[in-house]
Design a protein around this ligand. Structure first.
Ligand code: HPA
Length: 269
C-alpha cells in the first residue's frame, strides 16, 4: 500500500480531493465531465486491480468537476473475478491515505420495481448482502465488527436529494441486493429478492461499502438501472445490454453528481 500511496501523492501534485467516486459498468463516460483531468493507469499503482471486465477502463482520473476536486476510479474489481471480496481494500485504503474522506460508489443494476425502469437512477439507502461473502473475513482485529446501521451517510443522502431537486434529476431510492454473479439471477431468485425487500440487484458495491465503513470513510451509493430483473419482462439478460443501457441513466447521474459536488461547501477544492 505504501508504494501506491507514495506514487499517487506524487502524481496528485498538491491536489487534495476529499471526494472519490467509483464508476460502475458502462458509466465510464462520466470522466469526460472532469476538467483539467490527469489519467493514472492502475498499472502504475502497485496492488491496484487489473480488472478484466469490459466496460471498465482500469484508470484513476483526477481533476475538477463544478469547481471541486475529485478522484474517479474508472474500473473496479468484482468478487466474481477472483472470488476475493476484499479485492478493493487496497485501492480504497490508498484513497483514504491521500486524504479522501467520502466515497461515492456507483453501479449498473437490475430493477425489481416497475416504477424504476431502465434509465432510472436510484440512491441506495440500504443493502442486503445476499452473497454471504464479506471483505472483512480474515481481518484479525475487533475493528472487523463494523456497524452497518448508518452505512449510507445521512448527511450525504440529504445533500444528494437537495442536489437532485436543484438539478431537476428524478432520483429513486431503494435497497440494493448483492448477488455474487457473474451469472445473472433466475426469475425465481428475482421473485425472492422482491419478497425480501430488494429494489435493485447487482454484483458489486456492497463489499466496497463495508470496506469503506471499516476504515471510516463516509459513503453514498447509486444504482443506474439498465434492465428489469430476470423474468420481469421475458427477455434474456446480457452484459451487452448493461453496457448499452448504462449511459442513459449515467448521464442523469453525471448531472446530479456535478450539482451535488458544486453545492457541497465542505468538498474542498
Ligand atoms: N442483475 C445483476 N447485476 C446486474 C443486472 C442484473 O439484472 N443488471 C446490471 N447488473
Amino acid at each position: 500500500m505504501k508504494a501506491a500511496t507514495a506514487e499517487l501523492i506524487k502524481r496528485l501534485e498538491g491536489r487534495t480531493p476529499k471526494t472519490a467516486l467509483v464508476l460502475g459498468s458502462g458509466l465510464g463516460a462520466f470522466v469526460d465531465q472532469i476538467e483539467d483531468a490527469i489519467h493514472i493507469s492502475y498499472d502504475d499503482l502497485e496492488g491496484f486491480p487489473k480488472s478484466g471486465v469490459s466496460g471498465h477502463a482500469g484508470e484513476l482520473v483526477v481533476g475538477t468537476l463544478n469547481g471541486k476536486s475529485i478522484i474517479v476510479l474508472s474500473g473496479r474489481i468484482h468478487y466474481y473475478e477472483q472470488g476475493d471480496a476484499s479485492a478493493m481494500r487496497l485501492p480504497i485504503s490508498v484513497l483514504q491515505a491521500v486524504g479522501v474522506e467520502r466515497l461515492v460508489l456507483t453501479n449498473s443494476a437490475g430493477s425489481l420495481r416497475e416504477d424504476l425502469p431502465p434509465g432510472s437512477v436510484m440512491l441506495i439507502t440500504d443493502h442486503i448482502n445476499w452473497s454471504g461473502m464479506n471483505p472483512l473475513i480474515g481481518e484479525p482485529t475487533d475493528a472487523r465488527f463494523v456497524g452497518m446501521t448508518n452505512a449510507y451517510n445521512k448527511e450525504m443522502k440529504t445533500s444528494i436529494r437537495e442536489a437532485a431537486k436543484s438539478a431537476n434529476v428524478e432520483l429513486g431510492e431503494g435497497v440494493y441486493m448483492w448477488f455474487s454473479g457473474p451469472s445473472f439471477e433466475t426469475p425465481a431468485e428475482i421473485k425472492m429478492a422482491r419478497m425480501l425487500g430488494g429494489d435493485a440487484v447487482g454484483m458489486s458495491t456492497v463489499p466496497e461499502v463495508i470496506l469503506a465503513r471499516f476504515i471510516g470513510l463516509e459513503v453514498a451509493a447509486f444504482s443506474v438501472i439498465t434492465n428489469f430483473g430476470a423474468g420481469m419482462t421475458g427477455g434474456e439478460l446480457s452484459h451487452t445490454e448493461t453496457k448499452e443501457m448504462a449511459p442513459m441513466g449515467g448521464e442523469k447521474l453525471g448531472k446530479l453528481l456535478a450539482a451535488w459536488l458544486g453545492a457541497n461547501t465542505d468538498t474542498k477544492k
